[in-house]
Ligand binder design. Sequence first.
Ligand code: SF4
Length: 572
Amino acid sequence: MEKIILPTQPGTPSDVEDIKQESNYLRGTLEKTMQNPLSSGIPEADNRLMKFHGSYLQDDRDLRNERQRQKLEPAYQFMVRVRTPGGTATPEQWLVMDEMGDKYGNGSLKLTTRQAFQVHGILKWNVKKYMQEIHEVLLDCIAACGDVNRNVMCNVNPNQSDFHQEVYEWSAKLSEHLLPKTRAYHELWLDGEKVFDGQQTEEVEPIYGALYLPRKFKIGIAIPPSNDVDVFSQDIGLIAVIENNELIGFNVAVGGGMGMTHGDTATYPQLGRLIGFIYKEQLLETAEKILTIQRDYGNRSVRKNARFKYTIDARGLEWFKDELAKRLSFTLEKSRPYLFTRTGDEYGWIQGEDGNWHHTLFIQNGRIKDEDDYLLKTGLREIAKVHTGLFRLTPNQNLLIADVTPAKKEQIDQLLKHYAITDGAQYSALRRNAIACVSLPTCGLAMAEAERYLPSLITKIDEILAEHNLSQTEIGIRMSGCPNGCSRAAMGEIGFIGKGPGKYNLYLGGDFTGQRLNKLYKENIDEAEILATLQPLLAHYAKERQKDEHFGDFVIRQGYVEAVTDGQHFHH
Ligand code: SF4
């Protein structure tokens, strides 16, 4: 096995690189600090490593000022994210996750924009118990966060046809193939036997090496015509190519990414760019070799310029293609034609080719909890008790009850009815196509509300839509509490990125099929200004849109914003 030697880079490696280097393959002092009874937190160096184990330290920001006043340490708590490639969970796994939310978390579950479970509000002393209990049903948190390949996303209708199932299986194989190989997770959380990994980099982590990647890395697989995974927002975006009802291979796009920093023109969202077609048997090799280019050439001194998109942009796409060609044992073919017609989810029941049924539910912002008048969490628990198929977490924070046999359908339907669990039909199409990130109170980077605020903003925009007969017109709206972009707000037809408490930048002109970035339209505006801005735009759209023209396309045609064309990015 070849030893991994990273090319020398200009600049001093960031402190996170030192932390990784000294961590002995992600162990650090975590064992000790997680047991330290004197603080409910852990030191920053260990928190950096914790991310590779799918978790990190947060504090309840609603309580921050009051606790500071009382001279108390922040109300520390952990978020723990579970890795579920393709968003798949068995009913048994669902029931355990449901229990984790109540037993150790804040009573709710969050379905993320990358098809994973998150539980927030876990106290330090409970993190290990949580990891052990989910292990009982074969779930883990390995590489759910951190500078590694994250949860691999894929289209959510696994058994609608054989190729949907096959694409799901490839997403699971990719996730396994690119998992860190260190035994640190098993030792720390599952009381696995201690292995001294020493410093033989190439043996412990044959793909990553001791320093792992410069930054997080994301992969998603779309099956046209659905672009539900937002394939161009991924570091590696794969577009399934189906011929004669069979999966042949994938078109490959590289270097997409959503994050940026307000006011820093060296950072920007970027779309993935197509580099060619591969046959399905070439997928693992291709993904691995692309990832090793980022490992070797990604910026390890400035973390905000460390994502793969910047590595490609700094050296050029042609350089990247040449470098990949040197590493691959085969040559990429020309990309095959494809057509996307939408992002988002399609709700309600559909029947798969094998006769089983799949039902997509509307979950507002992916939050599973019980409220006085809506017992969503309880209802889903009751469904999980009788369901014999799977649950699928969608890339838009919704939930599919998958693989319902015709014999079971009526029972599931009755439970859905009993708990009034909605497929979103009574809501506006805007609400059905909305995504908000977690943001406050748990996210340490949040500058403004998102999940707690977007529903009420939509209620107000709904009034404008109703006035103009647009309530059932599909418009994609996305809100992120900071420019990190967890809700992929830079691709929304209407995008909001938090600027400060109650203030947002408004972006317009993304497209409904997820193939164009949006552009800044108004800066630092509050709710009154948001509504005053959208009112005339939506009125104009209602009056002068062309047949089937989406709002994002309309605002460009009318010159409200300029189009950001394929492969370009916007400076902020
Ligand atoms: Fe937090 Fe920003 Fe991500 Fe929202 S977009 S969850 S505020 S990091």
